[in-house]
Design a protein around this ligand. Structure first.
Ligand code: ZN
Length: 250
């Protein structure tokens, strides 16, 4: 009481660091073309996911709708004729919120587990950023997410990916003039049969109102279905009777 709350979100003044992907040095970067047939490459810096990393991330993100989950992305800086890009080639699933209302966080233990996993499965790999889910509340970066980004992922190429598994929406955020900006990303390579099937299996979650109504009808037992059909028949009869009375009146 009476104590001024501490400002949780660091500003550029407090960290003293201005982060911008424009600062990426392209000298010495390996040149490699991207195979992304359905989407064009933007000019300048962009995030490109290897198909296998993308599918692994989606599988993890859709593994639960109950709590936030996430992990770190591993990648490398490359270039093509449009400029530098961050190539995300693998993920390390490492984060899970303890309960519904809490968000994912990076503790000392989390980092120890991440570095163990990198040493074991991807020795020498570079951390490219992190990803996490927002089940049911949309794609954006919260104040806490920005705090995490500024604390642990403040290099010019570091990215943040947010996925809402209830809608399938997925956003990639990069540092532009010290602000985290949502930008279009690319996926390199054709979908695997497994990934394609998994994507199809996830579709019902993102169906529109008609799809959800059909699902609800499919859930009804016989009695209720009969009552619904009877109600619709009565409704139509009343409608047609009213139309006939109206037309007769003319
Ligand atoms: Zn978040």
């Amino acid at each position: 009481m009476g104590v001024k709350p501490l400002k949780r979100r660091p500003t550029p003044e407090t960290t003293g660091k201005f982060v911008d992907c424009a600062a990426i040095d392209i000298v010495g970067l390996e040149t490699r073309a991207i195979d992304s047939p359905d989407k064009l490459r933007d000019r300048g810096f962009q995030v490109v996911y290897a198909r296998s990393a993308w599918e692994a991330m989606q599988t993890h993100a859709h593994s639960t709708l109950d709590v936030e989950v996430g992990g770190v992305m591993l990648g490398t800086l490359l270039r093509d004729s449009s400029g530098p890009y961050l190539y995300v080639h693998a993920i390390v699933p490492a984060l899970a919120a303890s309960q519904r209302a809490t968000s994912v966080s990076f503790t000392g233990e989390t980092w120890a587990a991440i570095h163990d996993a990198i040493d074991r499965d991807h020795p020498g790999a570079m951390i490219a950023g992190w990803y996490h889910t927002h089940p049911g509340f949309g794609v954006f970066l919260s104040d806490m997410d920005e705090f995490i980004q500024r604390s642990f992922f403040d290099l010019p190429h570091h990215a943040a990916t947010v996925i809402d598994p209830t809608t399938g929406d997925c956003g990639t955020f990069v540092w532009r003039a010290n602000k985290l900006t949502r930008e279009s990303h690319l996926i390199d390579g054709a979908p695997t049969e497994e990934g394609f099937r998994a994507a199809i299996a996830r579709l019902p979650k993102s169906r529109g109102p008609i799809g959800r109504a059909m699902d609800a009808i499919a859930q009804l037992d016989r009695k209720r279905l009969f009552a619904l059909v009877a109600l619709l028949c009565v409704g139509f009869s009343v409608f047609f009777y009213a139309m006939m009375v109206l037309l007769d009146g003319k």
